[in-house]
Design a protein around this ligand. Structure first.
Ligand code: HOZ
Length: 422
């Protein structure tokens, strides 16, 4: 047994599935997960000393690559000054200013500790602001693991065959209405059926937890129009797309203004961070200004703020970063289209996903057509070749600024040698 296998055996005795987040267990692809010891640039190293080109990047936060020296220095400095105060700090102000400067509709922001927490808080705020109960979400979109969002959820919930989680009460789920991604008609029908009751529509502006599914032309502006017409708030879950598609995230990239935006991942630079922000009149309902309660001991943690600030500042000040990310994303997608004939390779910016299905993938139903057995075989082959991909079909490949054209070409070559059958 190698070290990863030994650790997995120990882990399964003391942790559910041997992991702290389901997809990591490799259940969908087989074999023992690789236990990661260290990472630098675009490479991660496992406990057996094997090196891989990493296309997870901690599921997004490591957009600059692992071990970025500016982020590391900022964290080291913050650690020397104190780990946590439970009091207001300068870095929180700077972080909120940066987030508010990124995209127009965000005038105020509140820091939390994860994307899940950001979504949970934004939904409560939307309900508090509108005085309405119902929410519209899209099949295959994943918004973290708060109860009301575990309805036809993507990511690990979909991978593990439990898009509707056990333990979610009928009460918690009954106010969640389900629409089809990229289908405005399905949204309009729900808004009309539940007229005056919908507090918010929440959407991943790019579906990135059912593989990668970009929005169809007109879909996001259509959601904006429908929200305006029916008095509902539009919430963009930019936990993945925020500061990735562009500095202003998907809102800027697609030129659509949501009322509230949820962030995570990149804004923490690898530390556990989330945030929600939006229109001043809406955010003014958050405690202590308003009646919507939300709090957190470690919210705005100084070390996490230092890491996030260092990440975001570089993204803002080095415009070459987005050019590099987007051109490598395209190079990878084009290469994979040739290397994996018969696959549908979706890409937007630095998010890429090959689906093992012949037809286009535009929504939850078409994403689910992918042959997950073939994905698993492809994953295992790539891992053997030293390429670390998401251990599940319904996730994205994340390209980072640390990847080079050579890394991408090596990945494409490895894919070209993948077995054609599961
Ligand atoms: N929810 C993440 C994928 N969309 C997985 C997080 C993790 O396992 O680290």
């Amino acid at each position: 047994m190698n070290v990863s296998e030994q650790l997995f055996e120990r882990a399964q005795k003391v942790m559910p599935g041997g992991v702290n987040s389901p997809v990591r267990a490799f259940g969908a692809v087989g074999g023992a997960p690789r236990f990661i010891r260290s990472a630098q640039g675009a490479r991660i190293v496992d406990e057996d000393g094997r090196t891989y080109i990493d296309f997870i990047g901690s599921w997004g936060p490591m957009i600059l690559g692992h071990g970025d020296p500016v982020v590391r220095e900022a964290v080291e400095q913050a650690v020397r000054e104190g780990l946590s105060f439970g009091a207001a700090t300068r870095r929180e102000v700077e972080m909120a200013e940066l987030i508010c400067s990124a995209v127009k509709p965000v005038e105020m922001a509140r820091m939390v500790n994860s994307g899940t927490e950001a979504v949970m808080s934004a939904l409560r705020l939307a309900r508090g602001f509108t005085g309405r109960d119902k929410l519209i979400k899209f099949a295959g979109c994943y918004h973290g693991h708060c109860d009301s969002m575990l309805v036809k959820a993507g990511s690990g919930a979909l991978t593990n065959g439990a898009p509707d989680s056990a333990g979610v009460t009928r009460g918690a789920a009954q106010d969640t209405l389900l629409a089809e991604y990229n289908d405005l008609g399905s949204v309009e029908t729900l808004l009309e059926q539940h007229s005056g009751q919908v507090a918010a529509i929440i959407v991943e502006p790019v579906g990135a937890n059912m593989g990668v599914v970009p929005p169809a032309e007109g879909f996001l502006p259509g959601l904006r129009r429908l929200c305006d017409k029916h008095g509902a708030l539009l919430i963009f879950d930019e936990v993945i797309t925020g500061f990735r598609l562009s500095f202003g995230g998907a809102a800027e990239y697609f030129g659509v203004e949501p009322d509230l935006v949820c962030y995570g991942k990149i804004i923490g630079g690898g530390m556990p961070v989330g945030a929600y922000g939006g229109r001043r009149d809406v955010m003014s309902c958050v405690s202590p200004l308003g009646a919507v309660y939300q709090a957190g001991t470690l919210s705005g943690n100084p070390v996490a703020m230092a890491a996030g600030l260092a990440n975001l500042t570089q993204l803002r000040e080095r415009p070459e970063i987005y050019g590099h990310l987007n051109s490598l994303g395209e190079r990878l997608a084009q290469g994979l289209r040739q290397a994996l004939p018969g696959c549908a390779v979706n890409q937007i910016g630095s998010l890429v996903c090959p689906f093992f299905s012949s037809g286009p993938v535009t929504d939850y139903a078409s994403a689910r057509q992918s042959d997950v057995g073939r994905y698993a075989a492809y994953f295992r082959h790539m891992l053997d070749q030293g390429i670390y991909l998401a251990p599940a079909q319904f996730e994205a490949m994340f390209v980072s600024f640390a990847h080079t054209a050579e890394d991408i070409d090596q990945t494409i070559q490895a894919a070209a040698a993948a077995p054609r059958q599961a």
